[in-house]
Structures are given as C-alpha cells and as structure tokens.
Design a protein around this ligand. Structure first.
Ligand code: 5AD
Ligand code: FES
Length: 347
C-alpha cells in the first residue's frame, strides 16, 4: 500500500499496525508530508478552530538527580550553573503571567529532591488559591504514585512526562541503567488513573532512533491516549555525551506533528521551543503542521540561560512580555490567534 493510502487509513481508523508504520516511515516523500499537513490542518481546525493556547512555562529548578545522555542539566554536567527558585519567585512568575493573560502555568524542573512533597503541595495549593481560574501543569519527572496523588488533590490539573522512546533498548541507549521505560510507562498510566490530563512525547532524531523505535512510539501513544503530546527535534548540548550527534530534522518533526494530529485528533500538541530553535519560523511551521499550543517562557530572565537542555535555545534574553507580543504577531501572520483561556482538552 502507498503512503498516501496509509495516511488515509490512519485518518479513518486512528491507528496503524506496526508493519504499516514501518512502511509509512521508511518510504514517505515530501509529497506525503504536504498531504499529511493539509489533513492535519483540517482536523485541528475542526476541533479547535484557529485558537492557539499558551502555557506560561516556569523553569523552577535546574538541579537534577538523573543523568540522561542527551540533556544539558544532567547531574554529571558540572559546567551547568545550578539554581532553584523560591516559592516567592515562583509566585511572582505566576503574577506576571496572569497579568499577561496566561491561564495555564507549567512548573517544570529537573528531578530535584530539595523540593519535598510538602513544599510542592503547599505551593500548588497557593497557586490554585490565588489563580482559581488557571490550570496548573506539573513537569517534574518520575515520582511515586502517592506524590502524584497528593499534588492532584492539592489542585494540579495536568502532568507532562515525555516517554522519550517506547522501545526498551533504545531507552537504555538514551539513559543510564537506573532509568527504565517500564517505570516511565507505569508513571504515565498512574498519572492518567489519578485523573490528570497527561502528556507524553519524544525527540525526533534522538541518537539511535530508527523507524522501528518510532513505530513503537506511535503504538504506545495510541495505547496511552494522552491529552497532550510534546515532540521536538533532538538538539545536541555541548557538555553532554551526545555533543557531536546531529540535530534533528525540521521536516521530519513537522511530519510527526501532522501524523500525531491525524491519529490523536483532539490532542493538545505544542509547537515547541526546540522547533523554534532549529528554524526561525519553526513554531509557525509547527502550527501549520497541526500543533495548537505554544509554551513561552515565564521564568525570571536571570535563570533562563541556565535552564539549557540543549544549545542555542531561543528566548533566553527576552522578558515574558516581549515573547508574548512576538508570538502574538507571529501567530497572526499565519492566520491563527492566541487566546486567553485555560485551553483544556476538548473530548
Ligand atoms: N534536545 C531536545 N530536547 C531535549 N530534551 C531534553 N534534552 C533535549 C535535547 N538535547 C527534552 C526531553 C525532555 C524535555 C523536557 O526536553 O524530551 O523530556
Ligand atoms: Fe520570545 Fe519571540 S517568542 S522573542
């Protein structure tokens, strides 16, 4: 079967077999990329219109106990200048974000034991007490079922935990042995069971990625049925073991955004900062490929350069207000509009 037929089948059945994914992923042409893009655009417009949701990203700590080979804030990177935000600093990011119109805040950080469950619970409570009309997303890695449950009961609404790769051997090539795909998967299913809107995702062209591992990613996402899917190109960081690996392809990342939109029609899919980093119009192209979310940085400017997961990250010198205006113009230029809403998953 040709790729176009497979894309049509994906559109209709919202799934493909492993073998069909292999065929699709090993034989697509630029023509198929445009075909997927036009379908993805129709789908996203029928579900979410031309509205683009924004999430204010607060990078509250770059300490991390993990040592993922791709990541610039891995614990073995002794060149990383570490920081932690205080509760007051975090709340001040929310205050500024709220004034700019953000109605979702994302607390993202490395896996940092300094912040206990008690501290996080109280902080979540406080944010939700001050901003009851906002959604709060957590992105702080793997924690116990009980911690996830406490944070949910304290008011957190969503959780982002990229699965990184759904193929166990590939997972082991990206991470040291303490980390496993099976544990990652357990966390994602636990989060979903607790009631969070859940996000998973992966990097396009991460080292050792193959059509087989990508086919596993698509099957895993189909099985998990996440509310959010974050993908972006792999970008090397100079002080990591993968410093000399090539950066991910723009076209392939855009193609995956379209395929994910065709498979998971209602998902919230961001045009990521990594996509904006590899191409000056990367985020606009991401939206045109089927994404409908942007995650501008709300972190205080004095920490931004320090939260470097990869090299040359954009928007590390700009104030949140500057990014907001910049994004509004960019989004208008392609015929979409940024909206001031929580932007929950539409079932
Ligand atoms: N390039 C692109 N994305 C990266 N991430 C971590 N390191 C890199 C990198 N070098 C992504 C991971 C992680 C998310 C927060 O950022 O997928 O889950
Ligand atoms: Fe940050 Fe354009 S979005 S400067």
């Amino acid at each position: 079967m040709g790729v176009k037929k497979l894309i049509d089948q994906l559109n209709k059945e919202e799934a493909l077999s492993y073998d069909n994914w292999l065929v699709l992923l090993s034989s697509y042409t630029p023509h198929d990329i445009s075909y997927a893009q036009s379908l993805a655009q129709q789908i996203v417009r029928s579900v979410y219109g031309r509205d683009i949701y924004v999430r204010g990203l607060i990078e509250y700590t770059n300490y991390c106990k993990n040592d993922c080979y791709y990541c610039g804030i891995r614990r073995s990177n002794h060149k990383a200048e570490r920081y932690r935000l205080t509760r007051e600093e975090l709340l001040s990011c929310c205050r500024q974000g709220y004034a700019l119109g953000f109605r979702t805040f994302v607390m993202q950080g490395g896996e940092d034991g300094f912040y206990t469950d008690d501290w996080l619970e109280e902080t979540i409570h406080e944010i939700k007490r001050k901003y009851p009309d906002c959604a709060l997303t957590l992105s702080m890695g793997e924690r116990s079922y009980d911690s996830y449950k406490r944070f949910y009961q304290a008011g957190a609404d969503r959780y982002l935990l990229r699965h990184e790769t759904a193929e166990q051997h590939h997972y082991e090539k990206l991470h040291p042995k303490e980390l496993s795909f099976s544990h990652r998967k357990d966390c994602l299913y636990a989060l979903k069971e607790i009631g969070y809107q859940v996000g998973c995702g992966f990097m396009v062209d991460s080292p050792f990625q193959t059509v087989e591992t990508l086919a596993e990613d698509m099957l895993f996402i189909h099985d998990l049925k996440p509310h959010m899917i974050g993908i972006g190109p792999f970008i090397p960081h100079k002080d990591t073991p993968f410093h000399d690996r090539p950066q991910g392809s723009l076209e392939k990342t855009l193609f995956f955004i379209s395929l994910l939109r065709i498979m998971e029609k209602h998902a919230l899919i961001p045009a990521t900062t990594a996509l904006g980093t590899i191409h000056s119009k990367g985020r606009e192209l991401g939206i045109l490929a089927g994404a409908n979310v942007l995650m501008p940085n709300l972190s205080p400017v004095f920490v931004r350069k320090k939260y470097a997961l990869y090299d040359n990250k954009i928007c590390t010198g700009e104030e949140a207000a500057e990014c907001k205006d910049c994004l509004a113009k960019r989004i208008e230029s392609i015929g979409y509009k940024i909206v001031c809403e929580r932007g929950d998953y539409k079932p």
